[in-house]
Design a protein around this ligand. Structure first.
Ligand code: GTP
Ligand code: SPV
Ligand code: MN
Length: 599
């Protein structure tokens, strides 16, 4: 491979000097290279070859038991001014951050190979796309990056022509959780990650580049980098409309993006086209509309709960050439995770590598799970049966609707439409969700997660809200996507889900698209527009009586309490919060009062 980009060569040399690897290897993503790296990883145990008949081309990997999800407390935005990182981020001065990283990186690759991966986020040559170079000492990371991003000669050619790239430096170092640092230097277009081997912390093109660094640049350059799925919905008449949706980690983006329509709708001719399941980059095009691409080439999706019933497309996608992380492993080289739909292999080990069988309990009497709740699969998007033919299009797809959503056992209705763009931005800003295993912290606790970007916004979130408001003004009115809030996770008194979710969510999307086309009326409530009962198609769905009523109940006291919590949340941004956000909160309270007076 001929590398002629001087800046890249100099940086790689500088890093090699610091980390002192035995060898430096540039990754070109050939079959031969893949085989060689896998063989090496099999011999050290870094990767395990799975049963090739059942899982052709698939491998298995375990991360360190204390390294199984992103760690927000060790993630920093390193800007010159602390205020630029905002109360939503941990901040470190660039000087301190580089010094701390240097201490850890010094000699960290002794005896190891240093891999250099030039990659593109987004189709090479697209005005949306960004190039990065990741340096890593992990074969697992190399193999994941080759699936999650575009790697190969065309990227090097583009780099030579274009010149700009994000420096992404990763070293597992000693995997010491106490010395783990995920550092972002937006002003230098640089990322450094040390002492972790887990996905979101180390696949630096993903959350670090495509969200934290990109969101920072996007604000300065007038575009958007969002934690969003992007999907197309084809109706029986052949029309395809696209929507983008922001749900917090492990709240259903992957599932919605590749949903299989319920039988009735399928027979009518409905079809889903997946563009992306985690990240959306969006720009206002010359037509005044909002256009989105998915900068990723692969899925890094949640395993538990994924099966042939809930997500058949994900199951088909991961059938071959997939990396499974932190699932349970059988001696027969088969794998298993909770709710996968088949019997666990025996004998087997759990995700920690301990001997395991289903139903086993710990000393406290709690069930020991086979797979970690945040166990994941890495597969190429091209293997997804619903992969969109527009996925690699340089201009992306035009977005008709934006969805916000989360896990709310109470409070939020199944679906609700914003009155207008500013109210929609407010809807995004007040998002909250119950914590999942994708983040460290108390699972189930409700936390505010504006636009599902709290862990990913690379700058002060007050400025981020302002940026959203400005984007709305810049679009042509007729082209502006409508904004909705959805909640698939509302529960009844016994904690059971009121809505069946998964493929059935298409019924809600149908209403959303009908609203975007101005075809149906809606009911105005203090929190937004909700559907008239007759406008959600429930044909063929066996839903217990009253469920729809419960799904749309707006509890006045709960919403007043919510408004108080929103106020507290907003206060931390001080004067920097756009006044429009305060006006929106006041509007919400006023509408709640009016509703109370009427009752
Ligand atoms: P990240 O990759 O962490 O950003 O997550 P994600 O938003 O892509 O979440 P994903 O689609 O992987 O869903 C996470 C979990 O939620 C899985 O266990 C799913 O089975 C479950 N889930 C997804 N959609 C639904 C739904 O409509 N209803 C219910 N009840 N569960 C769902
Ligand atoms: C998330 O946590 O939102 C993910 C998984 O998509 S990770 O890439 O590990 O952050
Ligand atoms: Mn995510």
């Amino acid at each position: 491979m001929k590398i002629i980009h001087q800046g890249a060569l100099e940086w790689v040399e500088e890093v090699a000097k610091k980390c002192q690897p035995n060898e430096v290897v540039w990754i070109e993503n050939s079959e031969e290279e893949k085989k060689r790296l896998e063989e090496e990883a099999f011999s050290t145990g870094e990767l395990v070859k799975l049963d090739q008949e059942k899982w052709p081309g698939c491998v298995y990997h375990r991360t360190h038991p204390k390294d199984v999800a992103r760690t927000e407390d060790t993630t920093f935005i390193c800007t010159t001014l602390k205020e630029d990182a905002g109360p939503n981020n941990n901040w470190m001065s660039p000087l301190t951050a580089y010094r701390k990283a240097d201490e850890i990186l010094k000699g960290s690759m002794k005896g190891k190979t240093m891999y250099v991966i030039p990659f593109s986020m987004g189709p090479v040559g697209s005005p949306f796309s960004k190039i990065g170079i990741e340096i890593t000492d992990s074969i697992y990371v190399v193999r994941n990056m080759c699936i999650m991003t575009i790697v190969g000669e065309e990227v090097l050619n583009e780099l030579d022509a274009n010149g700009i790239f994000t420096k992404c430096l990763h070293s597992k170092a000693s995997l010491d959780p106490k010395r783990r640092l995920i550092l972002h230097f937006p002003e230098d277009n640089t990322i450094i990650s040390v002492n972790s081997g887990y996905g979101g912390n180390v696949l630096l093109g993903k959350k670090c580049l495509a969200l934290r660094i990109a969101s920072h640049h996007a604000r300065n350059e007038g575009w958007m980098a969002e934690h969003m799925l992007v999907m197309g919905i084809e109706e029986p008449n052949g029309r395809i409309q696209y929507l983008a949706g922001a749900f917090p980690s492990a709240c259903g983006k992957t599932n919605l993006a590749m949903l299989v329509p319920p039988k009735g709708l399928q027979n009518k001719g409905y079809r889903i086209w997946t563009v992306g399941d985690d990240i959306g980059w969006m720009r206002i095009d010359t037509d005044g509309g909002l256009w989105a691409i998915n900068p990723e080439s692969g899925f890094f999706g949640v395993l538990p709960g994924t099966n042939k019933k809930t997500n058949p497309n994900a199951m088909a996608t991961m059938r071959k050439n997939t990396i499974f992380t932190n699932a349970a492993l059988g001696e027969n080289a088969d794998i298993w995770w909770e709710d996968c739909g088949w019997e666990p292999p025996q004998p087997a080990w759990d995700w920690k590598g301990q001997p395991w069988s289903q139903g086993m309990k710990d000393e406290g009497g709690s069930i020991i799970v086979g797979a970690h709740p945040n166990s994941r699969f890495t597969s190429s998007i091209s293997q997804n049966p619903s992969s969109s033919f527009r996925r690699e299009h340089h201009h992306g797809v035009q977005v008709s609707a934006i969805l916000f959503g989360g896990r709310r056992a109470r409070l939020a209705p199944l679906v609700c439409e914003a009155f207008n763009w500013s109210h929609g931005v407010f809807m995004g800003a007040i998002m909250a969700s119950e914590r999942t295993a994708a983040q460290y912290g108390a699972i189930g606790e409700v936390r505010r997660d504006p636009m599902a970007m709290l862990p990913f916004c690379g700058y002060n979130m007050a400025d981020y809200f302002e940026h959203w408001l400005r984007i709305g003004v810049r679009m042509r009115r007729k082209m502006r996507p409508r904004i909705f809030h959805v909640n698939w996770f509302r529960t009844d008194e016994n904690g059971g889900y009121l809505w069946p979710g998964f493929g059935e969510n298409l019924r809600v999307l149908e209403w959303i698209l009908a609203r975007c086309r101005g075809e149906v009326d809606a009911i105005s409530t203090p929190i937004g527009y909700i559907p008239r009962p007759e406008d959600i198609n429930l044909e063929g769905l066996d839903l217990p009586q009253n469920n729809m009523e419960k799904l749309f109940k707006i509890n006045h006291d709960d919403w007043h309490e919510e408004a108080n919590q929103i106020e507290q949340f907003f206060k931390q941004f001080g004067d920097r919060l756009p006044t429009e956000m305060w006006a929106q909160l006041e509007g919400l309270r006023r509408r709640l009062d009016v509703m109370e007076e009427k009752q």
